[in-house]
Design a protein around this ligand. Sequence first.
Ligand code: ZN
Length: 97
Amino acid sequence: MFTRRQLAVFIDGCYWHGCPEHGVRDGGANAGYWGPKIARNRERDLEHTALLESAGWRVLRFWEHEQPAAIAATVAAAVMGGAAGRSARDVRQPTGE
Ligand SMILES: [Zn+2]
């Protein structure tokens, strides 16, 4: 797919990857059990991102709750060479038209 510019795109599940809006909160019903698992997932996410980036890949990560259109726009911009070196999560896309 993106052969010229190695680009990895991940869509992280809100629950399993600890989304700030929908993830497990401290004190939640199952926080004691799931909290460590989700923390481990997040750690692995960071490791994978770092590994890919050190291998010359550009990594874009999104939350599953993000608008597909906004994700597509960010990926398209990345493929076109925009937003270089920035994490997708740190890029605030203007919404609307
Ligand atoms: Zn979410």
